[in-house]
Write a protein that binds this ligand. Structure first.
Ligand SMILES: C[S@@+](CC[C@H](N)C(=O)[O-])C[C@H]1O[C@@H](n2cnc3c(N)ncnc32)[C@H](O)[C@@H]1O
Length: 246
């Protein structure tokens, strides 16, 4: 246990009679969800002799999952090997960022990430610019300007209205013929064993969104579903959905 954790636990024990507690985070906005500490994750990956990508894949009990997901995304997106602009929401560890940059060699890669501690790592990747992340919008990105806008393991745990707000923004910033991709927990992901496992472990972190509801919502905004792919998630799976703007 780190000194910081020990101090926080001590403070929380003292505050318990008052019904309040201290939690890690930088914002009281429910849209901004804390993530793994960059320092702790980097240290643990280094100790295990693994890259961050391999460490996170192993943490989710799915070695190779990041590489496979990006491969499927790029095949469905069919954007060639050079694009002008990519935008990513909640890039965090940068495991998808690095692979997409390697494959699409964008002139500019815009990142909206609310966790400050992951920013130095993301900023070090080629052509990345860190945009001001307010947790809800892509306000620094021009309308119809990006070839690909994507998010991974982000909409699985944000409140529904925040996800839908981001989807509206993705629709706004993608160029005609461009691609919108993200993973969510759909009704297809929640089979009987997964549902039982979630209930018995009290997995309150994730939320499910109806696949047909999302597909219909985006169809009304001129986005056609190109394909889907299941992606492992600790305690289950998500569905990566890839759409093209008409
Ligand atoms: C579960 S992590 C996934 C990180 C990365 N995409 C990956 O798969 O390794 C979710 C990421 O979304 C970021 N995040 C949380 N709320 C956000 C918000 N409202 N807007 C943008 N990013 C957010 C977190 O800081 C974190 O980096």
């Amino acid at each position: 246990m780190s000194l910081q954790t020990a101090i926080r636990d001590g403070i929380n024990r003292a505050l318990r009679p008052m019904g309040v507690q201290v939690v890690r985070g930088y914002s009281t906005d429910r849209a901004i969800q804390p993530f793994l500490s960059a320092h702790r994750t980097e240290t643990a990956a280094r100790r295990a002799g693994l890259s961050i990508e391999d460490y996170i894949d192993r943490y989710s009990a799915a070695p190779g999952a990041t590489a496979e997901t990006v491969e499927v995304l790029l095949r469905l997106a069919d954007l060639g090997d050079h694009v002008a602009r990519v935008c990513e929401i909640g890039a965090g560890t940068g495991r998808y960022t690095a692979r997409v940059i390697g494959a699409l060699r964008p002139d500019v890669y815009e990142v909206y990430e609310t966790a400050q501690d992951w920013l130095p790592r993301l900023r070090a990747l080629p052509n990345v610019i860190i945009q001001p992340a307010d947790g809800h919008t892509l306000r620094a990105t021009r309308t119809a300007s990006v070839d690909l806008v994507h998010a991974h393991k982000v909409f699985v745990y944000l409140p529904l209205v925040v996800t839908v707000g981001y989807l509206e923004e993705m629709v706004r910033v993608v160029r005609p013929g461009g691609v919108v991709a993200f993973d969510i927990v759909t009704d297809n992901c929640l089979d009987e064993p997964t549902t039982k496992a979630w209930v018995s472990s009290g997995a309150t972190l994730y939320g499910m969104i109806s696949r047909s509801w999302i597909v219909d919502l985006l169809a009304r905004r001129n986005l056609s579903l190109v394909g889907g792919h299941f992606v492992p998630l600790s305690e289950g799976r998500t569905e990566l959905l890839v759409f093209r703007r008409d």
